[in-house]
Write a protein that binds this ligand. Structure first.
Ligand code: FAD
Length: 411
């Protein structure tokens, strides 16, 4: 069991505290527990919970699920198997990307995050991970300029301190621990330099337009099984696919300035803007939301600080955020957890070695695809450009396959 006291003595293997039980945090916890590390996983919410996401689980994720021991549970959860994704320009022109381009053996899976994340969390529990749900990380504990634990707040308001040799930020795009680390004085000039690099990265991302994501589950959507459809419209794009319980997930990303024009009313955006995409009007026209819209703000894409302090590492979206049109954010979360767990297992007592290994692996795996997505982003938010690209790609299958695969390709 985890003690609430700080410790200077290392056990045989480091104690690892992971904050955030999305796919990055939960899968990392499972992998580390399998390597006999003592792992605690902290999650603000009580699972199962709804989560804003397109809920398109890319085919390559299924190999990760098999390694993590959750594949059968995921496939039995009632989601839809997606054999193709069809991208629609506003005028109805479209291109198809078959799932087999990413994995010859498995289709993609469309399953709610409530179901998917719950299954990963349960597997982590079974693997011996100590789980704290409804518990928020609110601060970082330091000793001699080094992180030694995390401050927690339970839903009832009680507070607790948890010791950690290694702390992991898996809090998603919010990068909660990375931001907390920036605020504290870490007495190590290397980290001061990294933090100033991080600020310049944030400046770069500041040039990107602020976006807002919306999501709800619908009944009555006129979309066939086995398909994911993506609709482009002024200032954004959205996805529709079937999930469990005969419902469909509708999720879209749109410029914040346009959301303001509609006073934040998601239904009005759907009817007055998204329905200008002919295919979206057909599939969504008679659908009705079965729960409230979730909304989040999205402030930038690309790599963040992987190692905000000596023994603090970021994983999943906290480490790098890729454009949702690729349907590969969860894949990156699972992949980054896999490489971080390997770096920790190889170098458990040496944060500098873990950091160096993790940085190299992360760059090798993700740099190219993030660069490509930055180039493609312009098309995603301009109806004219997306129509042009869809027309061009519909005539050339090999260019389409090349581009689709490049959104996931390592160096
Ligand atoms: C509009 C949109 C659509 C998307 N669609 C898709 C898609 O179809 N397919 C796909 O693969 N990816 C998609 N993504 C990306 C995908 O959602 C993310 O890449 C993925 O969720 C990252 O996983 P993660 O574990 O890093 O973070 P998250 O899934 O965000 O998990 C972070 C967890 O940390 C918890 N947390 C946060 N702060 C604290 C705290 N202080 N204390 C304790 N816990 C905390 C949160 O409650 C959460 O459970 C989409 C993203 C957006 C914005």
């Amino acid at each position: 069991m985890y003690s609430a006291v700080k410790t200077k003595n290392h056990n045989l293997k480091a104690k690892i505290v992971i904050v955030g039980a999305g796919p990055a945090g939960a899968s990392l916890a499972i992998r580390l527990a399998k390597n006999d590390f003592s792992v605690a996983l902290i999650e603000r919410e009580k699972f199962p919970r709804h989560k804003l996401c397109g809920e398109f689980i890319s085919p390559e994720c299924l190999a990760h699920f098999a390694e993590l021991g959750v594949l059968d549970a995921m496939l039995a959860a009632g989601g839809d198997r997606i054999s193709e994704t069809v991208f629609y320009a506003p005028d109805g022109k479209n291109v198809t990307v078959p799932s087999k381009w990413f994995n010859n053996e498995q289709n993609a899976l469309s399953l709610s995050r409530a179901e998917m994340d719950e299954r990963l969390l349960e597997k982590a529990r079974e693997s011996g991970v100590e789980i704290f749900e409804e518990t928020q990380a609110t601060g970082i504990l330091t000793e001699s300029g080094r992180i030694c634990g995390v401050k927690l707040k339970r839903q009832g308001g009680e507070t607790q301190e948890l010791a950690a040799d290694i702390l992991i930020d898996a809090t998603g795009r919010a990068s909660v621990l990375g931001k907390l680390a920036e605020k504290i004085e870490i007495q190590n000039s290397r980290f001061k330099i990294q933090n100033s690099e991080r600020k310049s990265q944030q400046l770069k991302s500041g040039k990107q337009k602020r976006l807002v994501g919306f999501k709800t589950h619908l009944s009555g959507a006129a979309i066939e099984k086995s398909r994911c459809e993506i609709y482009f419209f002024r200032g954004g794009y959205g996805g529709l696919s079937r999930v469990e319980n005969n419902l469909a997930n509708h999720c879209f990303l749109i410029e914040a300035a346009i959301v303001k024009e509609f006073s934040g009313d998601a239904d009005a955006i759907v009817e007055k803007l998204i329905f200008k995409n002919k295919r979206a009007a057909e599939t969504l026209g008679i659908a009705a939301p079965v729960n409230d819209w979730l909304a989040v703000s999205v402030d930038g894409f690309g790599v963040r600080n992987l190692n905000p302090a000596k023994n603090l590492f970021a994983v999943g979206d906290s480490a790098a955020f890729i454009d949702p049109f690729t349907g590969s954010g969860m894949l990156m979360a699972l992949e980054s957890a896999k490489i971080l767990s390997a770096a920790i297992a190889e170098n458990s007592f040496a944060p500098e070695l873990i950091a160096a290994r993790y940085r190299n692996l992360h760059r090798e795996k993700f740099q190219n695809r993030l660069r490509l997505c930055a180039l493609m982003r312009r098309a995603a938010f301009s109806p004219t450009f997306s129509s042009f690209l869809i027309r061009a790609l519909s005539a050339n299958e090999s260019a389409r396959a090349f581009l689709a695969r490049a959104t996931r390709r390592s160096l």
